[in-house]
Design a protein around this ligand. Structure first.
Ligand SMILES: Nc1ncnc2c1ncn2[C@@H]1O[C@H](COP(=O)(O)OP(=O)(O)O)[C@@H](O)[C@H]1O
Ligand SMILES: [Mg+2]
Length: 349
């Protein structure tokens, strides 16, 4: 089949003046090479598309694909991970991974938690701070954990995320508002073990491939899986497969969350236990990083004996099995170019 590959090459954005942190989730050339290699090995004809703008140009020139494998995280807005799949949906071209609705939803961690809570799945109590008035009405017991509402890769997570009083919360919230220009999500602080759970498939077919415990070495910032800890994970983080009772429960919570949200094909759910060892949902990564060595899902897959090719192959199998159900009834027909009314009016005058 003709497959388009969409991605956000980090260097393109660095060249355009974005910072190292702003581009932290973007892709390295080796990720694109590795994905293309796996797709070609499976007999697919692969075309590298790249970012949203490049996709728009190609579509405008009449290019089409049987499906698109998009790992593009997008640069702007809470719907940024959904922009490419949504555009392709308009053209009737299916995309691997979750539906665009789910991709925008899951980047808003608070709306996601509302659904999770509604499904009866444990998640820490929370408040969303949008303006100084919300701080005055703040009512959660301390300590709490404050982070940007819609970021990834540990952005905005630091020693200051752990907050013990209203003064600290006010300071941290103002810093986050200023730096990330978005609401701040404040949650009950989960002081227990941390897990990340790899999941393949969708709905009833979805299954946990492994529960990986994330522990912090002495050199790490010990309060959480922060941006700095993620950047220097080899020195700071210890990853290990866990299958004791608490880890198994973490896997169940993650799978329930994945199913409740309607995520598809493959990804990760982050879980942390509270002070009583009860695993709670933190967030879902419906578009998880797929760097061939550094990404958590790939590390986890390796620990359960799945090579990179196996992992991508399984994600593709899930997608292709479900493809008949994902066929979009009709894409955009080849419409005639838009002609403005005012132009016709002017001609008539
Ligand atoms: N409520 C919380 N209590 C304690 N630690 C938390 C809480 N929320 C997040 N963390 C820590 O911060 C890390 C990053 O949070 P997360 O929401 O997963 O952000 P990201 O999207 O950047 O991965 C988590 O992996 C965890 O270590
Ligand atoms: Mg996370």
């Amino acid at each position: 089949m003709r497959v388009g590959l969409c991605y956000d090459l980090r260097q393109d954005y660095l060249d355009a003046g974005f910072s190292a942190e702003q581009t932290a989730e973007f892709d390295a050339p080796e990720t694109i090479d590795a994905l293309e290699f796996v797709l070609r090995t499976r007999g697919e004809q692969v075309e590298r598309i790249g970012h949203l703008q490049s996709l728009v140009n190609k579509l405008a020139r009449g290019k089409r694909w049987d499906y698109v494998f998009s790992i593009a995280e997008g640069i702007s807005g809470i719907a940024r991970e959904a922009q490419i799949p949504a555009l392709l949906e308009g053209y009737g071209i299916p995309c691997v991974f979750s539906d665009p609705t789910i991709l925008s939803l899951t980047l808003d961690k608070a709306v996601t938690k509302r659904i999770i809570r509604d499904a009866g799945i444990p998640t820490a109590d929370y408040r969303v701070l949008r303006n100084p008035g919300d701080l005055e009405e703040f009512s959660l017991p301390f300590p709490v954990f404050a982070k940007p509402l819609a970021e990834g890769t540990g952005k905005g997570i630091s020693a200051h995320s752990f907050v013990e009083d209203l003064e600290g919360l006010t300071l941290q919230t103002q810093k986050l508002w200023q730096k990330y220009s978005q609401p701040v999500l404040v949650e009950h602080y989960l002081s227990g073990r941390e897990f990340t759970v790899g999941i393949l498939g969708q709905g009833k077919r979805s299954q946990v491939i492994g529960v990986m415990e994330v522990t912090f070495k002495e050199s790490a910032e010990s309060f959480g899986y922060s941006y700095e800890n993620k950047e220097h994970y080899e020195a700071r983080i210890q990853y290990s497969l866990a299958d004791d009772a608490e880890a198994k429960r973490a896997g169940e919570v993650a799978l329930q969350a994945w199913q409740a949200l309607g995520c598809r094909d493959g990804g990760r759910v982050d879980i942390r236990s509270n002070e009583f060892g009860k695993p709670h949902f933190i967030e879902v990564n419906s578009l998880a990083g797929l760097h061939p060595e550094r990404s958590d899902l790939v590390i986890l897959a390796g620990m359960v004996g799945l090579s990179y090719a196996d992992l991508i192959g399984k994600i593709l199998d899930e997608f292709l099995t479900d493809l008949p159900n994902r066929k979009i009834p009709h894409g955009l027909p080849r419409l005639r170019p838009f002609r403005s009314r005012s132009l016709r009016f002017r001609k008539a005058l």
